[in-house]
Structures are given as C-alpha cells and as structure tokens.
Design a protein around this ligand. Structure first.
Ligand code: LUB
Length: 210
C-alpha cells in the first residue's frame, strides 16, 4: 500500500513521544528541585540530591539544567509564571471588581499553601544573594496589580472613597508576604489558609462599603 503520509511525518510521529517524554522529565526535575529548595534552601542542595530524589541520574538532570543556578532561575520563573494565568482565570469569571480582587487573593493563598514551585520561589528570592543570578525584582509586580484592582473596586463604590489604592496595595502585599512566611516558619504552611483569612478580613474590614 502506498505511503500517504507526507515526508517527515513518520520521523515526527516517532519524535513526538520522545519530545513529550523529555518535556515531562524536565517538568519532574523542576518539581523535585522546588520541593528540595523548599526543604533545604539553596546553599546546601546539590544536583545529586535532586537526581536522587527524582530517581534519575545526575546526567539526566544536567541534560535539562546546566547547574543548580539554572534550576533556581527556572523555579523562580515558574513562581512568577503562575500569576498571570491565575489572574486571567479569575478575571474571566466576570465578577465585580472587589470579588475579583478577593478571588485572586484567595487563589494566591491556596498556591502558597500547596504549590512547591510557588513556595520555593518565595524562599529563593529571600536567598537571592546566594544564587548570583539576575532574578526578577521581587515585591513589585504584586503591589502594582493589587493597586489596579483596588482602584477598580473603589471606583465601583465597593471600597470607601478615602481608600488609597497604592497604599492598600503595598500594605496588602507586605501583610500577605509576612503571613505566609510566619506560617512557613511556624507550621510549614499548615495553618496558612487560616492565617490568610484572618489577615484578609482584618485588612479589608475598614475599607469595604457594606
Ligand atoms: C510575593 C514573592 C513571594 C509577595 O511579589 C513577590 O515577589 C513575592 C517572591 O519571593 O511573595 C507577596 C504576594
């Protein structure tokens, strides 16, 4: 029977599973690296530790990441890469501005509670001076984003007119960062959601128009 597939299809067909396996392996290495950075921090972790934990050879890790610094950069990029998708998912729900803002905060808290890449990104940014790489400037994207949503909620009459969106945005990020850090240090983030709800309700109580 005549081969009806176009030239290269066969080669592409066999390479797709191989490309998919490679993609999955790279993602698994990143996840295991994040879990290891969360537990041990940057300084003491070796690529061998990560390979052992991933049940891979050190060579398999090196194939995807040239060194520990490259892994740390990828974890931090993964941390920040979570947020635009999260924000768009909530924004797409078409809720009023305040409910959109609270939905974004609630999901971000969940991510800090359960997502090792988010948790590791937070720790690596604290330890950024050890990494010696040009990591994103921390603690600037969130204040700008929250200020935008706070301003929208204020303009919609959901927050009191004396609310200063930039100030509340900055205070919210500081409170959130401190909350998740304290939860991490004291309970390994086990009590993060309780601490988050406490912080959220206390902070917004004085601003929401009831
Ligand atoms: C946030 C981290 C961890 C701030 O904005 C940032 O760069 C952040 C990076 O370490 O928490 C609180 C949302």
């Amino acid at each position: 029977m005549r081969n009806t597939s176009s030239p290269g299809t066969a080669q592409r067909a066999t390479s797709q599973p191989k490309q998919e396996r490679s993609r999955r392996t790279k993602a698994q290495i990143l996840q295991v690296a994040a879990e290891t950075f969360v537990e041990q921090g940057y300084a003491t972790v070796t690529l061998q530790d990560i390979a052992d934990r991933a049940s891979m050879t050190k060579g398999a890790v090196y194939f995807h990441y040239a060194n520990k610094q490259a892994l740390a950069i990828a974890v931090v990029d993964g941390h920040y890469g979570r947020w635009p998708t999260l924000v768009e998912q909530v924004r797409a729900m078409g809720l009023p501005p305040l409910q959109t803002l609270l939905g974004i905060l609630d999901r971000t808290a969940e991510a800090f509670h359960t997502d090792a890449i988010v948790q590791a990104g937070a720790r690596l940014q604290i330890e950024r001076s050890l990494i010696g790489a040009d990591l994103p400037q921390p603690y600037v994207w969130w204040p700008e984003l929250l200020t935008e949503f706070i301003a929208e909620a204020k303009d919609a009459g959901q927050l009191r007119p004396e609310t200063d969106p930039q100030t509340l945005g900055r205070v919210l990020v500081s409170a959130f960062f401190g909350m998740q850090h304290i939860s991490d240090v004291l309970t390994g983030r086990d009590d993060l959601m309780e601490r988050y709800v406490e912080m959220r309700d206390a902070l917004f109580k004085g601003f929401i128009v009831t």
